[in-house]
Design a binder for this molecule. Structure first.
Ligand code: RB5
Length: 321
């Protein structure tokens, strides 16, 4: 049987992709979608990825025209872009859908013939990919089309639209080059609440942002977030904002990256001097110590103050040597 014959009969197939091998069913066949969930042991309500062959096709999935523009910013490519949908099916349960559109011709041909596909990666829920999973009895009747290599591949980068910005829920195979924004932000758990305030201010100022996490107050290690923000700032030339409890850990971690000048600031005056004298490209604040009333002016100053150069230029250059 061909992949489409199996899918149209309500079956499931496994295909290699540009990232991790995937388990696919027709997105609008609720029974088939439910059996993917059972197979994965993930059950539940978690939205699956829905694959289209062209980002514009996402309009058939209840995605608004304004969100189609966002999809076209990243797709096709190894990204999963989570956008709102009003549709309620087994594949997109809680008001959102994660859209994928890859450059793999074989998959796009199947989608053109059968319609959008729901998919999940071939690994145990929350676990590692393993070919042994394929040999388990649950997979015995499932057709594999194409070569599934022992190498897992890197999972997709997962992006969720958030007002004027994007939450980067997972940094994966998608390159950082088209991740430029007005500002890349990040915090640990201790800075999370202040980061939410920063986002409100950025929305008001019509600034586009990328949020590298954390996305709740569960404990995370500040060096991990500092690293994601620093690398993205270096790759895109965007500015950055980092927040931890004191701001100290984030400054230390971010400043390990050559080309990063992260400045821990306590007032707009600090920010002005950090820009004029140090050409700071990351503003760091202490979420447990800074008065949030200071934030608005500090952010304005960070965006609108130019580096003076001259004698300061010589000094900054010698840091980078
Ligand atoms: C977390 O408790 C805290 O240590 C961290 O947010 C930061 O202040 C480190 O420098």
């Amino acid at each position: 049987m061909t992949p489409c014959e199996i899918l149209k009969a309500g079956g499931i197939i496994i295909l290699p992709t540009d990232t991790v091998p995937g388990v696919f069913a027709l997105a609008f066949n609720d029974e088939a979608v439910k059996s993917i969930r059972t197979l994965k042991g993930s059950g539940g309500e978690k939205p699956l990825q829905v694959w289209v062959s062209d980002p514009k096709q996402a309009s058939e999935l209840g995605v608004s025209p304004k969100d189609l523009i966002i999809l076209e910013k990243f797709l096709p490519g190894p990204y999963t872009v989570i956008v709102p949908t009003e549709m309620k099916t087994a594949a997109f349960s809680n008001g959102t859908v994660g859209i994928r559109c890859s450059t793999v011709n074989e998959i796009n041909k199947i989608i053109d013939e059968c319609g959008p596909l729901a998919a999940t990666s071939l690994n145990e829920s929350g676990g590692e990919f393993s070919l042994s999973l394929l040999r388990s009895p649950a997979f015995a009747d499932i057709h594999v089309f194409g070569e599934i290599s022992e190498k897992i591949g890197i999972p997709s980068t997962v992006i969720r639209k958030n007002g004027l910005g994007y939450d980067i829920l997972r940094l994966g195979a998608g390159g950082l080059e088209n991740m430029a924004a007005d500002v890349i932000i990040g915090s640990d758990h201790a800075g999370f609440e202040m980061k939410e305030k920063v986002k409100e201010i950025l929305q008001m100022k019509k600034k586009e942002f990328l949020d590298m996490g954390a996305f709740d107050t569960n404990s995370v290690d500040y060096p991990d977030i500092a690293q994601k923000v620093a690398v993205t700032v270096l790759e895109t030339g965007s500015k950055g904002i980092l927040i931890c409890g004191t701001g100290i850990g984030m400054s230390i971690a971010a400043n390990r990256f050559k080309g990063i000048r992260a400045a821990l600031c306590h007032s707009p005056e600090y920010v002005e001097l950090a820009r004029r004298h140090n050409d700071a490209n990351i503003l760091v604040v202490g979420g447990r110590f800074l008065d949030p009333k200071e934030l608005d002016k500090m952010i304005d100053t960070f965006f609108n103050t130019d580096f003076e150069g001259g004698r300061h230029g010589k000094r900054v250059e010698s840091i980078e040597k």
